[in-house]
Design a protein around this ligand. Structure first.
Ligand code: ZN
Length: 204
């Protein structure tokens, strides 16, 4: 069987480097394209020529293969506010660098965080039937107990728990769950009327 050639981000970077990207200041120097630029956009300048000092620092970090917390959020589809607590928990202290003392992550640390995220996002963490039996009366009280509706509520609870477990962004919600925006609206309602607090209580 013939397999289609696999697309790799490394290959993408090589291709972009072959195309050639040049410094926007007009100096004619080549900007080196790294795999991480696929998501974070290819820099316009070589590090030393970036007009803002902070921008230059960030570019210099990228050139060393390091990521900032913002890069990491984008790379792993995490909510920006979830990055630091998650990193604190999984890798602990990371160095702070530069004029603004920002936190940086090495490729190895990023890989470790990615692996942990995959572990937490696994479907085995979805509600068991026994857990759902406790949660169902809270989120699907009698008047709405039609089967389609109840199934949707169960999926919604699983989706919200996925978000809370991973710190992922709503946009990154896997296909097996309802639409992220729908879940976000539902969680807001459940937070307002105390439903979600009761769900957490029975699952604790
Ligand atoms: Zn330049």
């Amino acid at each position: 069987m013939q397999l289609a050639p696999r697309f790799t981000i490394q290959a993408w970077a090589e291709e972009e480097n072959a195309k050639g990207h040049f410094c926007a200041c007009g100096c004619g120097q080549r900007v080196r394209v790294l795999p991480m630029h696929r998501k974070n956009a290819i820099p316009k300048y070589v590090p030393e020529h970036c007009p803002s000092r902070f921008g230059a620092e960030i570019q210099a970090l990228h050139a060393q293969g390091l990521m900032t917390a913002t890069d990491l959020a984008r790379e792993l589809c995490l909510q920006r506010k979830a990055v630091h607590p998650f990193a604190d928990e999984i890798i602990g202290h990371t160095p702070r660098v530069g004029s603004r003392q920002i936190r940086v992550f090495t490729p190895k640390q990023v890989a470790k965080l990615r692996a942990e995220l995959a572990r937490r996002a696994h479907p085995r963490h979805d509600l068991t039937d026994a857990q759902w039996a406790k949660v169902a009366p809270i989120v699907s009280p009698p008047p709405k107990q039609r089967s389609g509706r109840v199934r949707a509520d169960r999926a919604m609870v699983n989706a919200i728990r996925w978000i809370q477990r991973t710190g992922a962004s709503w946009k990154a919600m896997p296909d097996r769950y309802p639409l992220g925006s729908t879940c976000q609206v539902r969680l807001a309602t459940w937070n307002r009327d105390g439903t979600w607090a009761r769900v957490c209580q029975v699952l604790a």
